[in-house]
Design a protein. Structure first.
Length: 278
């Protein structure tokens, strides 16, 4: 089964928003290619980053994007990636934003603020989904695992084009430690580990354990450290192929727009199957 991409003319464009700790950015995405149409638009994330304050910033960004001649239909769904575990639209955690986000229904808040349907998901999931569809995982089948090495370890699991959300694999306990405290890029820098030692001792232990648990078809490694992939990837001894992420800074925006479209398509399909349930 190959990943299914949006193909109908009505849904070829979408708006994606990436909420970060210091900045919130958005863009119009061509969903047939995963490329941005026009420039990104960015506004600093307010401090404190409370739900109402951030929602107002998101509205400013969406209003600006929607005013452009290349904007999608005004009733199209908007996708948002957010630094939290998101379950059924509700934030169950909060990283780099105000703790009042916890238990906030992000979908409902943003939908009310924007006056159009909004679909939210975890930021690592969004970036991973984009990478699996349009980047290093394009046209790959089976289980694609996107692992982001940075301050911590982010992860996303995409099975035949469908996201399996909230896979917090950076927090696997390995050898009595939270994995990201030992294998993240920050751990390498903190302990001043040579690239080879970090790869053969820390990354090898982490990736071989994840490989044993999930038997993926492909690993994609992302994060700022990926630009130095030649310094550590050759030292990994895995059965699973390894690719390097290619979308970089736009991955969150692209993944958000794609997620919104997938949710809209799923709702439309459900309405056809069971028209009595809205």
């Amino acid at each position: 089964m190959s990943p299914t991409k949006p193909t109908d003319a009505v849904s070829s464009l979408g708006i994606g928003i990436d909420i970060g700790g210091t900045g919130t950015k958005g863009g119009i995405v061509d969903l047939s290619t995963g490329e941005l149409v026009g420039d990104r638009y960015r506004i600093p994330t307010p401090n404190p980053a409370t739900p109402e304050a951030v929602a107002n910033v998101v509205k400013q960004i969406v209003d600006e994007l929607q005013s452009r001649p290349e904007a999608p239909a005004s009733d199209s769904h908007v996708g948002i990636v957010f630094p939290a575990i998101i379950k059924d639209g509700v934030a169950l955690s909060a990283a780099n934003v105000d703790k009042s986000w916890i238990n906030t229904n992000v979908d409902a808040l943003m939908t009310e603020t924007l006056g159009r349907e909004v679909e939210a998901l975890n930021d690592a999931d969004g970036a991973g989904l984009a990478e699996a569809y349009y980047g290093a995982g394009r046209d790959k089948t089976g289980l694609v695992m996107v692992i982001t090495l940075g301050t911590g370890i982010g992860s996303a699991m995409i099975l035949n084009g469908q996201l399996v959300p909230n896979a917090e694999l950076g927090h696997l306990e390995i050898d009595g430690h939270d994995a990201e405290t030992q294998a993240s890029a920050a751990a390498r820098e903190r302990e001043d580990l040579p690239w080879k030692k970090w790869a053969k001792k820390r990354l090898q232990r982490y990736f071989s354990h994840v490989e044993f648990l999930f038997s993926p078809s492909l690993f994609i490694i992302g994060g700022g450290v990926s630009k130095n992939s030649e310094k550590f990837v050759p030292y990994l001894d895995l059965k699973t192929p390894v690719e390097i992420a290619s979308l970089r800074n736009n991955a969150g925006i692209v993944g958000a727009a794609l997620w919104a479209q997938q949710c809209r398509d799923a709702q439309a399909a459900k309405a056809v199957i069971d028209p009595e349930k809205k």
